[in-house]
Design a protein around this ligand. Structure first.
Ligand code: AMP
Length: 187
């Protein structure tokens, strides 16, 4: 089962992705984690993207699309993908459609975690103390939220008319959201 988790930064995509990995035995596909890993390993890509990441700007499509291609074409992960943080632009959504059709896969569920700005700020400030991410400062959070509204919300329109699109209240407690997701998956 391939699933997209969609929503603004701080919506809980990573948390729900980890939950789905556990109950479905699937793989979390987090472009944010992959990009942070490139920076940690100080690769060529890492050197190119570090300033974008730290300023809360998007990394260019060419880089994220190439990372995505490797994952979608990995036959050991076929039909077991939990997308967390990708796609974030309409071009990325179209690229994902293409990669999936080339590998004869589909998206089975799209879960939109809808959260308000106050919840996002509260959650990211808490995460800052726990994970020490360099892009979790308040001014950068607000910038990332702004980018989400401008660039990523059109992706919501792209998916919201699909039959397998489900909107959830992401302001709820984690357990509540877990339960609702399980119910939609009929687990
Ligand atoms: P995340 O861990 O999903 O919150 O992503 C952290 C940062 O990684 C974002 O603010 C972007 O700089 C970059 N990033 C992650 N996913 C993408 C993507 N699909 N497209 C462009 N940049 C991304």
């Amino acid at each position: 089962m391939n699933i997209i988790l969609f929503g603004p930064p701080g919506a809980g995509k990573g948390t729900q992705a980890k939950f789905l990995v556990k109950i479905l035995n699937n793989f979390q596909v987090s472009t944010g984690d992959m990009l942070r890993d490139e920076i940690k390993k100080d690769t060529e890509i890492g050197k190119r993207i570090i300033s974008f990441m730290n300023e809360g700007k998007f990394v260019n499509d060419e880089i994220v699309d190439s990372l995505m291609k490797k994952v979608v074409f990995d036959s050991t992960k076929k039909g077991k993908l939990i997308f967390d943080g990708y796609p974030r632009t309409i071009d990325q959504a179209k690229n994902l459609d293409l990669l999936l059709s080339e590998t004869e896969q589909q998206i089975d569920f799209i879960f939109f975690l809808n959260v308000n700005k106050e919840t996002i700020i509260k959650r990211i400030e808490k995460r800052k103390t726990e994970e020490k991410r360099s892009d979790d400062d308040l001014d950068i959070i607000l910038k990332r939220y702004d980018t989400y509204l401008k660039t990523t919300s059109p992706v919501l329109e792209y998916y919201s008319s699909k039959q397998n699109f489900y909107k959830l209240d992401g302001n709820q407690e984690i357990d509540q959201i877990n339960k609702q997701i399980k119910a939609f998956l009929k687990l």
